[in-house]
Design a protein around this ligand. Structure first.
Ligand SMILES: [Zn+2]
Length: 144
């Protein structure tokens, strides 16, 4: 995971004109990105389940290396093995996902930059936020 607070994009464009230029660049790149694939890819060797296999010998001769694709589906971590050919064919989609996240982080920094430059926002900044007792859209609120 990328920590947005450590991203260099926080040091970018601060004037409205610089922001507009950056937004055009980012959205143009996003428009051409195409399909993406989530998760992370690692390449490693593995042992199989057969105890008499060479991968359990001393010294072991492991299988692979293979590509392991790990992603989160409904809060569960799913890992699948990908062949060299499969990974070669779909690698651009994994790279596109990473690029999309970087670009979204840059857009977020631009949004923050715009909000923080807004004088109406600055008026209330010194007090800090207070937590509402109940979310205003809470359907179980007794007042609604
Ligand atoms: Zn084996």
């Amino acid at each position: 995971m990328v920590d947005p607070t450590r991203d260099a994009s926080h040091n970018m464009a601060t004037t409205p004109r610089q922001r507009a230029t950056a937004i055009r660049r980012i959205t143009a790149e996003l428009a051409n990105l195409g399909p993406t694939l989530p998760g992370t890819i690692t390449r490693r060797e593995t042992r199989c389940g057969r105890s008499n296999c060479r991968c359990h010998a001393d010294p072991p001769q492991l299988h692979g290396p293979y590509w392991w694709w790990t992603r989160s589906v409904n809060g569960k971590t799913i890992t699948r093995m990908l062949s060299d050919g499969l990974y070669d064919d779909y690698r651009p989609m994994f790279e596109a996902q990473r690029r999309a996240r970087t670009l979204l982080t840059e857009l977020e920094a631009l949004g923050l930059s715009a909000l923080e430059a807004d004088p109406r926002y600055g008026q209330h900044r010194t007090r800090g936020p207070t937590t509402p007792r109940q979310p205003v859209d809470n359907p179980r609120s007794p007042n609604r």
